[in-house]
Design a protein around this ligand. Structure first.
Ligand code: SF4
Ligand code: SF4
Length: 95
């Protein structure tokens, strides 16, 4: 028997999801995408702490942060919290 996998909208209220959230690539929800100015960014990692989706990661091997666009929903919190205005939210089709 084959089962058609349900999307997140079919999960009932207070229902338990049958697979980990890491398997739902929610990045396609976004309209706006964060674009970082590498000259302005001081790698302070505040945006890493503020991102509600864990979509910005610190990469020690690069000594830099990295966006994970598979999970970034384009909420703009990182841009709002960056103390140096190093992140600009741009329409995805313009990036
Ligand atoms: S908060 Fe701004 S300056 Fe700090 S790491 Fe993020 S983009 Fe760079
Ligand atoms: S736009 Fe929102 S989800 Fe995407 S990296 Fe910034 S804080 Fe995270």
């Amino acid at each position: 028997m084959t089962t058609k996998e349900k999307g997140w909208k079919q999960i009932s209220m207070a229902g338990v999801c049958w697979k980990p959230s890491t398997q739902y690539l929610t990045g396609d929800w976004k309209t706006y995408k964060p674009v970082r100015d590498l000259e302005k960014c001081t790698r302070c990692v505040l945006c890493v702490l503020f991102c509600p989706d864990g979509a910005i990661n610190w990469k020690p091997e690069k000594n830099d942060i990295q966006f994970d666009f598979d999970f970034c929903k384009g909420c703009g919190i990182c841009a709002n919290e960056c103390p140096l205005d190093a992140i600009e939210m741009k329409l995805e089709e313009e990036t």
